[in-house]
Ligand binder design. Sequence first.
Ligand code: 13P
Ligand code: SF4
Length: 301
Amino acid sequence: MNTNQLKRIEQLKKEKNAIILVHNYQPPEIQDAADIIGDSLELAVKARSVTEDTIILCGVRFMAETAKVLNPEKTVILPAKDAGCPLADFLTPEMVREARIAHPDAAVVLYVNSDTAAKAEADIVCTSANAVEVVRSLKEKTVLFGPDSNLADYVASRVPDKKIIPLPEGGHCYVHEMFSCDDVIAAAEKGFTTICHPECPREVRKGADVVASTGGMVKMADLADSWMLLTEKGIGYRLEKLFPDKKFMIREDAICKDMKKITLDMLEHSLITGEYAVTLPAHLMKRARGPIERMMALQKE
Ligand code: 13P
Ligand code: SF4
């Protein structure tokens, strides 16, 4: 642990009136510098209530942009400006507009792992923590759901009275696609309880003991002594710190390259220079805010 650097970051944070929000998949040293660690929903909720002038979002672009849309008056910084999400890249705003024309009676639900311009075309946004609840809340019987077709399939299995159409067919996260039944079987043979992210393929979701967002994994960790985590490896560090008496197994190759782009040097640099502040056109933020706020309103109920 680089104690001196962490101390400098702590001091800079006070000087700049900044708060550091960190996603569960971030590298250990970035998690150690966090004020708040969480899943996409927890970070979005927290971003809305911070009192600091500056939010340093250590995650990927869609997370920083969501924080900016919810806080247009604040400075939101993504320390690695090219930290994207290949899953979000599956869906363009044009694709959403075309799908609406083809399915005029359908509601459009977009996973938060999408571009702000695509979100602006949606009726409501969801995260992996609340996707089922969001879809259940809709009056429409048909739902266009994107860009993750595995999450769409998971929602369809939990909300059988609605027709869920993946948008596009085949959108996926390459990290979660690497898991198979073999991972579930190997973990079960060792006596580990298996918990998988809903972005995993159907066969993995069906075989796992529990399906949960990364925040759900933290909340449920108490329910077993040893867990196989079928998701990005970064969550392992968080859980080991929180539950030192439990065993957590991860796949060392389950790495999201974009989630690993931020370093402590970049974090310190961002506090010193204000790079790289998220900027979005005001009209786009206004349009994307509605679907995000609709999701937030459901959280309060
Ligand atoms: P969570 O919201 O469950 O943390 O998921 C975010 C993500 O990017 C999963 O790959
Ligand atoms: Fe995107 Fe997958 Fe990385 Fe999550 S793990 S940020 S869905 S590429």
